[in-house]
Design a binder for this molecule. Structure first.
Ligand SMILES: [Zn+2]
Length: 424
Protein backbone atom coordinates (compact mmCIF):
# COMPACT_ATOMS: atom_id res chain seq x y z
CA UNK A 1 0.00 0.00 0.00
CA UNK A 2 2.80 2.37 0.95
CA UNK A 3 4.39 1.79 -2.46
CA UNK A 4 1.15 2.66 -4.22
CA UNK A 5 0.73 5.90 -2.28
CA UNK A 6 4.35 6.84 -2.89
CA UNK A 7 3.91 6.07 -6.56
CA UNK A 8 0.94 8.42 -6.82
CA UNK A 9 2.62 11.18 -4.84
CA UNK A 10 5.60 10.88 -7.11
CA UNK A 11 3.40 10.67 -10.19
CA UNK A 12 1.54 13.89 -9.42
CA UNK A 13 4.69 15.62 -8.29
CA UNK A 14 6.39 14.67 -11.50
CA UNK A 15 3.81 16.45 -13.56
CA UNK A 16 3.95 19.56 -11.42
CA UNK A 17 7.57 20.15 -11.05
CA UNK A 18 10.90 19.88 -12.84
CA UNK A 19 14.40 20.42 -11.52
CA UNK A 20 17.65 21.39 -13.20
CA UNK A 21 21.23 21.96 -12.17
CA UNK A 22 23.42 23.96 -14.52
CA UNK A 23 26.95 23.01 -13.52
CA UNK A 24 29.61 25.38 -14.80
CA UNK A 25 32.78 23.40 -14.26
CA UNK A 26 35.63 25.34 -12.64
CA UNK A 27 33.90 28.74 -12.84
CA UNK A 28 34.70 30.08 -9.36
CA UNK A 29 37.87 32.12 -9.00
CA UNK A 30 39.58 34.78 -6.90
CA UNK A 31 39.53 38.55 -7.03
CA UNK A 32 42.10 39.58 -9.62
CA UNK A 33 44.06 42.82 -9.47
CA UNK A 34 43.91 43.25 -13.26
CA UNK A 35 40.11 43.12 -13.04
CA UNK A 36 39.95 45.82 -10.37
CA UNK A 37 39.75 43.18 -7.69
CA UNK A 38 36.78 41.43 -9.20
CA UNK A 39 36.50 37.76 -10.18
CA UNK A 40 36.20 36.67 -13.83
CA UNK A 41 32.58 35.69 -13.13
CA UNK A 42 31.80 39.16 -11.74
CA UNK A 43 33.35 40.81 -14.78
CA UNK A 44 31.74 38.56 -17.39
CA UNK A 45 28.49 39.84 -18.88
CA UNK A 46 25.85 37.33 -17.82
CA UNK A 47 22.40 38.89 -18.34
CA UNK A 48 20.50 35.60 -18.14
CA UNK A 49 22.05 34.49 -14.85
CA UNK A 50 21.72 38.06 -13.49
CA UNK A 51 18.02 38.06 -14.23
CA UNK A 52 17.47 34.81 -12.33
CA UNK A 53 19.69 36.01 -9.47
CA UNK A 54 17.32 38.90 -8.74
CA UNK A 55 14.74 36.32 -7.62
CA UNK A 56 16.93 33.65 -6.10
CA UNK A 57 18.29 32.30 -2.86
CA UNK A 58 21.99 31.66 -2.28
CA UNK A 59 24.57 29.71 -0.36
CA UNK A 60 27.86 27.86 -0.33
CA UNK A 61 28.60 24.14 -0.57
CA UNK A 62 31.63 21.97 0.16
CA UNK A 63 32.43 19.81 -2.89
CA UNK A 64 36.01 18.71 -2.16
CA UNK A 65 36.38 17.38 1.41
CA UNK A 66 40.00 17.20 2.64
CA UNK A 67 40.31 13.43 2.59
CA UNK A 68 39.54 13.16 -1.15
CA UNK A 69 41.49 14.30 -4.23
CA UNK A 70 40.65 17.72 -5.72
CA UNK A 71 39.29 16.06 -8.81
CA UNK A 72 36.14 16.88 -10.80
CA UNK A 73 34.68 13.40 -10.27
CA UNK A 74 34.79 13.93 -6.50
CA UNK A 75 33.29 17.42 -6.85
CA UNK A 76 30.44 16.34 -9.12
CA UNK A 77 29.71 13.28 -6.97
CA UNK A 78 29.41 15.66 -4.02
CA UNK A 79 27.01 17.93 -5.87
CA UNK A 80 24.83 15.00 -6.84
CA UNK A 81 24.83 13.82 -3.24
CA UNK A 82 26.64 10.50 -3.47
CA UNK A 83 28.31 9.29 -0.30
CA UNK A 84 32.01 9.64 -1.17
CA UNK A 85 33.18 7.36 1.63
CA UNK A 86 31.06 4.54 0.31
CA UNK A 87 31.31 5.13 -3.41
CA UNK A 88 34.54 6.86 -4.41
CA UNK A 89 37.22 4.57 -5.80
CA UNK A 90 38.99 6.72 -8.40
CA UNK A 91 38.54 8.72 -11.54
CA UNK A 92 39.58 5.94 -13.92
CA UNK A 93 36.66 3.79 -12.87
CA UNK A 94 34.09 6.56 -13.25
CA UNK A 95 35.42 7.51 -16.68
CA UNK A 96 35.41 3.91 -17.75
CA UNK A 97 31.65 3.81 -17.23
CA UNK A 98 31.39 7.08 -19.13
CA UNK A 99 33.20 5.52 -22.07
CA UNK A 100 30.78 2.59 -21.86
CA UNK A 101 33.38 0.09 -20.65
CA UNK A 102 31.87 -1.71 -17.67
CA UNK A 103 34.20 -3.23 -15.11
CA UNK A 104 34.41 -6.60 -13.40
CA UNK A 105 35.44 -6.81 -9.71
CA UNK A 106 38.95 -7.99 -10.66
CA UNK A 107 39.66 -4.85 -12.74
CA UNK A 108 41.44 -1.64 -11.84
CA UNK A 109 41.04 1.37 -14.10
CA UNK A 110 43.36 4.37 -14.26
CA UNK A 111 42.65 7.59 -16.07
CA UNK A 112 45.46 8.12 -18.60
CA UNK A 113 46.31 11.48 -20.16
CA UNK A 114 48.28 12.13 -23.30
CA UNK A 115 50.54 14.94 -22.11
CA UNK A 116 53.51 17.02 -23.24
CA UNK A 117 56.87 16.88 -21.48
CA UNK A 118 59.67 19.24 -22.45
CA UNK A 119 63.22 19.38 -21.09
CA UNK A 120 62.23 16.91 -18.39
CA UNK A 121 59.29 18.98 -17.15
CA UNK A 122 55.54 18.58 -17.48
CA UNK A 123 54.61 21.23 -20.02
CA UNK A 124 50.95 20.57 -20.87
CA UNK A 125 48.40 18.24 -19.20
CA UNK A 126 46.37 18.08 -22.43
CA UNK A 127 49.01 17.84 -25.19
CA UNK A 128 47.62 21.05 -26.66
CA UNK A 129 44.04 19.74 -26.43
CA UNK A 130 44.96 17.22 -29.11
CA UNK A 131 42.19 16.42 -31.57
CA UNK A 132 40.12 13.27 -31.28
CA UNK A 133 41.41 11.96 -34.64
CA UNK A 134 45.09 12.42 -33.85
CA UNK A 135 44.70 10.99 -30.35
CA UNK A 136 42.96 7.94 -31.75
CA UNK A 137 45.91 7.13 -34.02
CA UNK A 138 48.39 7.54 -31.18
CA UNK A 139 46.43 5.42 -28.70
CA UNK A 140 45.93 2.71 -31.35
CA UNK A 141 49.66 2.70 -31.95
CA UNK A 142 50.39 2.40 -28.23
CA UNK A 143 47.83 -0.38 -27.88
CA UNK A 144 49.41 -2.37 -30.71
CA UNK A 145 52.78 -2.17 -29.03
CA UNK A 146 51.99 -2.30 -25.33
CA UNK A 147 48.63 -3.95 -24.63
CA UNK A 148 48.65 -7.37 -22.95
CA UNK A 149 45.87 -9.59 -21.54
CA UNK A 150 46.50 -8.13 -18.10
CA UNK A 151 47.20 -4.48 -18.94
CA UNK A 152 45.45 -2.65 -21.74
CA UNK A 153 44.42 0.83 -22.79
CA UNK A 154 40.98 2.22 -23.58
CA UNK A 155 40.24 5.01 -26.07
CA UNK A 156 38.69 8.15 -24.69
CA UNK A 157 38.34 11.63 -26.16
CA UNK A 158 41.14 14.10 -27.00
CA UNK A 159 43.80 13.82 -24.28
CA UNK A 160 41.60 11.76 -21.90
CA UNK A 161 42.10 7.98 -22.04
CA UNK A 162 42.03 4.90 -19.83
CA UNK A 163 44.37 2.18 -18.66
CA UNK A 164 43.17 -1.12 -17.20
CA UNK A 165 44.69 -3.90 -15.15
CA UNK A 166 42.88 -7.22 -14.94
CA UNK A 167 43.65 -9.79 -12.26
CA UNK A 168 43.63 -10.08 -8.49
CA UNK A 169 47.34 -9.37 -8.25
CA UNK A 170 46.90 -5.73 -9.31
CA UNK A 171 45.99 -2.92 -6.95
CA UNK A 172 44.65 0.64 -7.20
CA UNK A 173 46.59 1.60 -4.10
CA UNK A 174 48.95 3.92 -5.95
CA UNK A 175 49.93 7.49 -5.07
CA UNK A 176 49.87 9.74 -8.13
CA UNK A 177 50.07 13.36 -9.24
CA UNK A 178 47.34 14.91 -11.34
CA UNK A 179 48.82 16.14 -14.62
CA UNK A 180 46.76 19.34 -14.59
CA UNK A 181 48.25 20.20 -11.18
CA UNK A 182 51.84 19.38 -12.14
CA UNK A 183 52.91 21.98 -14.68
CA UNK A 184 56.62 22.78 -14.54
CA UNK A 185 57.45 19.79 -12.35
CA UNK A 186 60.12 17.21 -13.30
CA UNK A 187 58.05 14.26 -14.41
CA UNK A 188 60.57 11.64 -13.31
CA UNK A 189 60.27 12.84 -9.71
CA UNK A 190 56.50 12.32 -9.51
CA UNK A 191 55.97 8.91 -11.07
CA UNK A 192 53.23 6.62 -9.66
CA UNK A 193 54.18 5.07 -6.30
CA UNK A 194 52.88 1.96 -4.54
CA UNK A 195 51.25 2.68 -1.18
CA UNK A 196 51.65 -0.91 0.01
CA UNK A 197 53.42 -4.16 -0.79
CA UNK A 198 50.60 -5.50 -2.94
CA UNK A 199 50.68 -2.46 -5.23
CA UNK A 200 54.39 -2.85 -6.07
CA UNK A 201 53.72 -4.88 -9.22
CA UNK A 202 51.18 -2.32 -10.45
CA UNK A 203 53.67 0.49 -9.78
CA UNK A 204 56.36 -1.32 -11.74
CA UNK A 205 54.09 -1.84 -14.73
CA UNK A 206 52.85 1.76 -14.67
CA UNK A 207 56.34 3.20 -14.65
CA UNK A 208 57.48 0.89 -17.42
CA UNK A 209 54.47 1.97 -19.47
CA UNK A 210 55.24 5.67 -19.03
CA UNK A 211 58.83 5.22 -20.24
CA UNK A 212 57.81 2.93 -23.13
CA UNK A 213 55.15 5.41 -24.24
CA UNK A 214 57.78 8.14 -24.41
CA UNK A 215 59.99 6.00 -26.64
CA UNK A 216 57.11 5.19 -28.95
CA UNK A 217 55.51 8.62 -29.13
CA UNK A 218 58.50 10.91 -29.34
CA UNK A 219 59.14 10.46 -33.05
CA UNK A 220 55.68 9.48 -34.18
CA UNK A 221 54.77 11.28 -37.44
CA UNK A 222 51.76 12.91 -35.77
CA UNK A 223 53.97 14.47 -33.14
CA UNK A 224 56.56 15.59 -35.68
CA UNK A 225 53.73 17.26 -37.58
CA UNK A 226 52.31 18.87 -34.41
CA UNK A 227 55.67 20.36 -33.46
CA UNK A 228 56.06 21.76 -37.00
CA UNK A 229 52.64 23.39 -36.64
CA UNK A 230 53.70 24.97 -33.36
CA UNK A 231 51.45 22.65 -31.29
CA UNK A 232 52.39 20.69 -28.19
CA UNK A 233 53.23 17.05 -29.03
CA UNK A 234 51.54 14.18 -27.15
CA UNK A 235 54.89 12.67 -26.24
CA UNK A 236 54.15 10.62 -23.12
CA UNK A 237 51.21 9.08 -21.24
CA UNK A 238 50.38 9.86 -17.63
CA UNK A 239 48.27 7.36 -15.66
CA UNK A 240 46.55 8.61 -12.49
CA UNK A 241 43.66 8.02 -10.07
CA UNK A 242 43.24 4.26 -10.31
CA UNK A 243 40.23 2.55 -8.81
CA UNK A 244 38.19 -0.62 -8.72
CA UNK A 245 34.54 -0.99 -9.63
CA UNK A 246 32.54 1.60 -7.61
CA UNK A 247 29.58 0.72 -5.42
CA UNK A 248 27.01 3.42 -6.07
CA UNK A 249 23.34 3.91 -5.30
CA UNK A 250 21.16 4.75 -8.25
CA UNK A 251 19.84 8.30 -8.49
CA UNK A 252 16.29 7.00 -8.15
CA UNK A 253 17.17 5.08 -5.00
CA UNK A 254 18.55 8.24 -3.46
CA UNK A 255 15.85 10.75 -4.37
CA UNK A 256 12.87 8.85 -5.71
CA UNK A 257 13.15 10.93 -8.86
CA UNK A 258 14.17 10.18 -12.40
CA UNK A 259 17.39 11.98 -13.28
CA UNK A 260 19.38 12.65 -16.44
CA UNK A 261 22.78 14.08 -17.33
CA UNK A 262 24.04 16.06 -20.31
CA UNK A 263 27.80 16.37 -20.62
CA UNK A 264 30.67 16.15 -23.10
CA UNK A 265 33.10 14.44 -20.79
CA UNK A 266 33.29 10.78 -19.85
CA UNK A 267 33.79 11.40 -16.15
CA UNK A 268 30.39 13.06 -15.80
CA UNK A 269 28.62 10.68 -18.18
CA UNK A 270 30.17 7.86 -16.13
CA UNK A 271 28.55 9.13 -12.95
CA UNK A 272 25.26 9.13 -14.82
CA UNK A 273 25.71 5.59 -16.03
CA UNK A 274 26.69 4.38 -12.54
CA UNK A 275 23.62 6.12 -11.12
CA UNK A 276 21.43 4.54 -13.82
CA UNK A 277 20.41 7.98 -15.10
CA UNK A 278 19.59 8.89 -18.70
CA UNK A 279 22.72 10.29 -20.29
CA UNK A 280 23.36 12.28 -23.44
CA UNK A 281 26.43 13.68 -25.12
CA UNK A 282 24.87 15.82 -27.83
CA UNK A 283 26.32 16.42 -31.27
CA UNK A 284 29.10 18.98 -31.16
CA UNK A 285 29.71 18.70 -27.40
CA UNK A 286 33.51 18.81 -27.10
CA UNK A 287 34.30 19.65 -23.47
CA UNK A 288 36.12 22.74 -24.70
CA UNK A 289 35.40 26.35 -25.76
CA UNK A 290 34.39 25.19 -29.24
CA UNK A 291 31.54 23.14 -27.77
CA UNK A 292 28.00 23.40 -29.11
CA UNK A 293 26.38 25.09 -26.11
CA UNK A 294 22.99 25.34 -27.80
CA UNK A 295 22.80 21.64 -28.51
CA UNK A 296 23.54 20.88 -24.88
CA UNK A 297 20.73 23.16 -23.72
CA UNK A 298 18.32 21.58 -26.20
CA UNK A 299 19.37 18.08 -25.13
CA UNK A 300 18.73 18.97 -21.49
CA UNK A 301 15.18 20.12 -22.23
CA UNK A 302 14.59 16.99 -24.28
CA UNK A 303 15.66 14.82 -21.32
CA UNK A 304 13.43 16.78 -18.94
CA UNK A 305 10.41 15.69 -20.96
CA UNK A 306 10.77 12.20 -19.53
CA UNK A 307 12.74 12.91 -16.35
CA UNK A 308 12.18 14.95 -13.19
CA UNK A 309 15.71 16.26 -13.03
CA UNK A 310 18.47 17.16 -15.43
CA UNK A 311 22.13 17.88 -14.73
CA UNK A 312 23.49 20.10 -17.45
CA UNK A 313 27.27 20.06 -17.17
CA UNK A 314 29.58 22.33 -19.14
CA UNK A 315 33.35 21.86 -19.11
CA UNK A 316 34.70 24.75 -21.22
CA UNK A 317 35.29 27.25 -18.39
CA UNK A 318 37.34 24.74 -16.38
CA UNK A 319 39.70 24.18 -19.30
CA UNK A 320 40.35 27.94 -19.62
CA UNK A 321 41.23 28.03 -15.92
CA UNK A 322 43.76 25.21 -16.32
CA UNK A 323 45.25 27.03 -19.30
CA UNK A 324 45.57 30.14 -17.14
CA UNK A 325 43.83 32.15 -19.85
CA UNK A 326 41.84 34.93 -18.20
CA UNK A 327 40.32 36.36 -21.36
CA UNK A 328 39.18 32.98 -22.61
CA UNK A 329 37.71 32.20 -19.19
CA UNK A 330 35.61 35.37 -19.21
CA UNK A 331 34.58 34.67 -22.81
CA UNK A 332 33.59 31.12 -21.96
CA UNK A 333 31.47 32.28 -18.99
CA UNK A 334 29.70 34.74 -21.29
CA UNK A 335 29.07 31.99 -23.84
CA UNK A 336 27.66 29.75 -21.13
CA UNK A 337 25.27 32.49 -20.05
CA UNK A 338 24.11 33.43 -23.51
CA UNK A 339 24.21 30.18 -25.43
CA UNK A 340 23.54 27.63 -22.69
CA UNK A 341 21.55 29.26 -19.86
CA UNK A 342 19.66 31.58 -22.21
CA UNK A 343 18.95 28.82 -24.69
CA UNK A 344 17.86 26.41 -21.97
CA UNK A 345 15.31 28.89 -20.58
CA UNK A 346 14.01 29.75 -24.04
CA UNK A 347 13.54 26.16 -25.15
CA UNK A 348 12.25 24.98 -21.78
CA UNK A 349 9.44 27.52 -21.68
CA UNK A 350 8.57 26.88 -25.29
CA UNK A 351 8.48 23.09 -25.05
CA UNK A 352 7.70 22.18 -21.42
CA UNK A 353 6.81 25.27 -19.43
CA UNK A 354 5.95 23.47 -16.18
CA UNK A 355 7.12 24.92 -12.92
CA UNK A 356 10.79 24.41 -12.36
CA UNK A 357 13.55 24.96 -9.83
CA UNK A 358 16.96 25.73 -11.30
CA UNK A 359 20.24 25.65 -9.41
CA UNK A 360 23.43 27.13 -10.85
CA UNK A 361 26.89 26.44 -9.48
CA UNK A 362 30.47 25.46 -10.28
CA UNK A 363 31.89 22.18 -8.98
CA UNK A 364 35.08 23.83 -7.65
CA UNK A 365 37.21 26.93 -8.25
CA UNK A 366 40.09 26.92 -10.73
CA UNK A 367 41.78 30.24 -9.97
CA UNK A 368 43.63 31.62 -13.00
CA UNK A 369 46.54 32.38 -10.67
CA UNK A 370 46.96 28.72 -9.68
CA UNK A 371 45.68 26.87 -12.78
CA UNK A 372 44.42 24.07 -10.55
CA UNK A 373 41.39 23.16 -8.45
CA UNK A 374 41.07 24.48 -4.91
CA UNK A 375 38.92 23.20 -2.07
CA UNK A 376 37.08 26.48 -1.38
CA UNK A 377 33.36 26.06 -0.93
CA UNK A 378 31.46 26.83 -4.10
CA UNK A 379 28.81 29.55 -4.45
CA UNK A 380 25.36 28.44 -5.58
CA UNK A 381 22.01 30.01 -6.40
CA UNK A 382 18.54 28.50 -6.66
CA UNK A 383 15.72 30.10 -8.59
CA UNK A 384 12.18 29.07 -9.38
CA UNK A 385 9.14 27.45 -7.85
CA UNK A 386 8.79 27.97 -4.10
CA UNK A 387 12.05 29.81 -3.76
CA UNK A 388 11.84 32.67 -1.29
CA UNK A 389 13.66 35.63 -2.81
CA UNK A 390 16.66 36.73 -0.77
CA UNK A 391 16.05 40.47 -0.47
CA UNK A 392 19.62 41.12 0.65
CA UNK A 393 21.35 39.64 -2.37
CA UNK A 394 20.73 40.79 -5.89
CA UNK A 395 23.73 39.27 -7.61
CA UNK A 396 25.15 35.79 -7.85
CA UNK A 397 28.91 35.59 -7.36
CA UNK A 398 31.67 34.13 -5.19
CA UNK A 399 31.33 36.90 -2.58
CA UNK A 400 27.57 37.42 -2.25
CA UNK A 401 26.85 33.74 -1.68
CA UNK A 402 28.89 33.77 1.54
CA UNK A 403 26.05 35.83 3.02
CA UNK A 404 23.33 33.62 1.60
CA UNK A 405 20.73 31.76 3.61
CA UNK A 406 22.28 28.32 3.03
CA UNK A 407 25.99 28.49 3.74
CA UNK A 408 28.41 25.62 4.42
CA UNK A 409 26.16 22.87 3.08
CA UNK A 410 27.78 19.49 2.57
CA UNK A 411 27.05 15.91 1.58
CA UNK A 412 23.57 15.50 0.15
CA UNK A 413 22.25 18.69 1.77
CA UNK A 414 22.48 20.52 -1.55
CA UNK A 415 20.30 18.05 -3.45
CA UNK A 416 17.90 17.84 -0.53
CA UNK A 417 17.55 21.61 -0.68
CA UNK A 418 16.88 21.53 -4.43
CA UNK A 419 14.26 18.79 -4.01
CA UNK A 420 12.69 20.19 -0.82
CA UNK A 421 8.90 20.13 -1.02
CA UNK A 422 8.53 23.21 1.17
CA UNK A 423 9.51 26.76 0.34
CA UNK A 424 13.27 27.28 0.48
ZN1 LIG B 1 35.65 20.24 -12.46
Amino acid sequence: MREIILYFINFTWRYNMKYAIILIDGMADEKIEKLNYKTPFEVAKTPNIDKLAKEATFGTFLTLPDEFPTSSDVANMSVLGWDLKRSYTGRGAVESYGAGILMTPDMVAFRMNLITVKDGLIEDYSAGHISEEEARVLIDYLKENLDTEEMFMGQGVSYRHLLYFKGEKYSPNIAYEKPDSSHGIEWETILPKALDEKAKLTEEKLIKLVYKSKELLENHPINIKRVKEGKNPANIVWPWSGGGKPDMQTFYEMYNKKGAIVSAVDVILGLGRLGEMDIDKPEGATGFIDTNYENKAIAAVELLKKNDFVYLHVEAVDECGHMGDLEKKIDAIESVDKRLVGKFLEVYYKEIGEEIRIMILPDHPVPIRLRQHTRDKVPFMVWGKNVKVDENIKEYNEETCKNGKYTNLKGRELMDLLFANEEI
